[in-house]
Design a protein around this ligand. Structure first.
Ligand code: T5A
Length: 228
């Protein structure tokens, strides 16, 4: 693929999606280390959150306070957090040639608030136009895991802490989420890669690295520094 000079200088934007306990944070850390070894500058960030303003909203939504406002108002809170995060962190990094590894992005809104919360697609479209405009991840890694395994992992990691707003939902909710993310991967194969996250973390990392090599690192100017 031949990129224009501006596109070649811009960082790459990679989002990680999937259900609770799928291993997104684990895989993002592993990928960040690998990119660092390859000489590629990358930042790790997350949603909701990732910027000071968005982290305040994160506290509101994950505490469950946003739920009291109803699905559309709760979705507006995620959108407000995303707007701040995109403008304060993601866009400036990409413009400086820094890669952005983001733990959840707009597909989470489509799955959680859209598919499960029944917020209408046209409402989500309107919010996306305001918050992200034309920004789309260059690659979205969707980690797919049976619900029981993901929930068990999340519970072990949480220890004695109470489940958050979404972890507290029942099995049917989480099965619906899994279906929603699988559907997104099916509908947008150019952008998304669906990876079995139930296997060993190093195996998952190897598959992510292979997908990234195939889809992003064959582009100039990054391939010269990188070996698979
Ligand atoms: N949300 C978010 C919305 O509703 N709308 C939106 O628009 C957005 C952006 C965020 C919540 O907000 C919702 C979705 C979420 O419910 P969060 O606290 O950021 O919540 O948590 P999650 O994104 O859901 O992520 P989790 O914290 O549940 O899990 P991860 O990051 O997927 O998993 P990770 O890496 O922490 O691993 C979990 C445990 O499993 C182990 C790890 O060591 C850890 O203990 N593990 C493995 N064990 C065995 N094999 C493997 N391959 C393993 N990989 C990891």
């Amino acid at each position: 693929m031949t990129l224009s000079p501006d596109a070649a200088l811009r960082g790459r934007f990679i989002s990680f999606e999937g259900g609770e306990g799928a291993g997104k944070s684990t895989q993002i850390r592993m990928l960040a280390d690998r990119l660092d070894e390859a000489g590629i500058r990358a930042i790790v960030t997350r949603e909701p959150g990732g910027s000071p303003g968005a982290e305040i909203i994160r506290h509101v939504v994950l505490s469950g306070m946003g739920k009291l406002l109803g699905p559309e108002a709760e979705t507006l809170l995620f959108a407000a957090a995303r707007d701040d995060h995109v403008h304060a962190v993601i866009e400036p990094a990409l413009a400086q040639g820094v890669w952005v590894l983001c733990d959840r992005f707009s597909d989470s809104t489509r799955a959680y608030q859209g598919r499960l919360g029944h917020v209408a697609p046209e409402v989500l479209d309107a919010m996306e136009r305001v918050t992200i405009g034309g920004l789309k991840p260059d690659l979205t890694v969707i980690l797919d895991i049976p619900v029981e395994i993901g929930m068990t992992r999340a519970a072990v990691r949480r220890g004695k802490s109470a489940p958050d707003r979404f972890e507290a939902e029942g099995l049917a909710f989480h099965q619906g989420l899994r279906d929603a993310f699988r559907q997104i991967a099916h509908d947008e194969p150019q952008r998304c890669v669906l990876i079995d996250a139930s296997i060993d973390a190093s195996e998952v990392a190897a598959q992510i690295w292979a997908a990234l090599n195939k889809r992003l690192l064959s582009e100039q100017p990054y391939h010269e520094n990188v070996s698979a």
